[in-house]
Design a protein around this ligand. Structure first.
Ligand SMILES: Nc1ncnc2c1ncn2[C@@H]1O[C@H](COP(=O)(O)OP(=O)(O)O)[C@@H](O)[C@H]1O
Ligand SMILES: [Mg+2]
Length: 219
């Protein structure tokens, strides 16, 4: 499970997070909503270890990870801009984390096949990522994030760039997939409809953020 305690972040003196507490139970999919500029990505970055908070702590499965670097937290990340490696094929992308951990080639192939099956891309292993649709690329990013069997998966608006026509189906698929994998997840979206499709529970970050005048920023 994930426990966020009293996390505060200010940028140039402007408070963005003012003492956020958030608990996500093991296997629970928690959706974090709120308008643009309300601090959703900042909170995910603090949980992942990509930004150091001014105060507060992050605990994963009972272990305080606040002082650990990102790669030692057991946390997986999926972004809207999925950051796939264009020079690698689908298998290379999904197996990347396994290769850096010294998993043998045979074990890696088996695990990559299993993950591609999970995200509905069985047989896509040798395709170049540039030949995939946006939805397919997002599934590859998800498989890659799940490859390291993270204790917590963080998803930052992963469906945001998708064609509205396929958005709802992918949101439902994502929910099924996270459920089947038993993943503990924090899924960020500014879309409450998406939050209802994906999450077990939905929280507005403004309710976690006492005392901030939630001032939406236009991008
Ligand atoms: N590295 C940074 N330096 C300065 N300001 C930042 C930085 N990252 C985020 N902010 C500001 O913090 C606020 C929250 O941003 P963000 O967490 O990205 O919001 P959201 O993901 O909810 O849209 C915004 O006002 C944004 O401009
Ligand atoms: Mg954001």
């Amino acid at each position: 499970m994930l426990q966020v305690r009293d996390v505060a972040v200010a940028f140039n003196g402007a408070p963005v997070l003012t003492g956020v507490d958030l608990d996500v139970a093991t296997g629970e999919i928690c959706c974090l909503t709120g308008p643009s500029g309300s601090g959703k990505s900042t909170l995910l970055r603090v949980i992942a270890g990509l930004h150091t908070a001014d105060r507060g702590s992050v605990v994963v499965d009972g272990q305080d990870v606040t002082a650990l670097p990102p790669h030692r937290r057991g946390i997986g990340l999926v972004f809207q801009d999925h950051g796939l490696f264009p020079h690698l094929d689908v298998s290379g992308n999904v197996g990347f984390a396994l290769r850096t951990r010294g998993v043998t080639s045979r074990q890696r192939t088996a695990r990559v096949e299993e993950l591609l099956g999970l995200v509905g891309l069985a047989g896509f292993g040798s395709r170049r990522v540039s030949t995939l649709s946006g939805g397919e690329q997002q599934r590859v990013a998800l498989a890659r994030a799940l490859a390291g069997t993270p204790r917590v998966l963080l998803l930052d608006e992963p469906l945001g760039a998708l064609d509205p026509a396929i958005h709802d189906r992918l949101a439902e698929d994502l929910r099924t997939l996270l459920r089947d994998a038993g993943t503990t997840a924090v899924h960020v979206t500014h879309d409450e409809h998406e939050a209802a499709l994906v999450g077990d529970r939905s929280v507005d970050i403004r309710h976690l953020n006492p005392g901030t005048p939630a001032s939406p920023v236009r991008h």
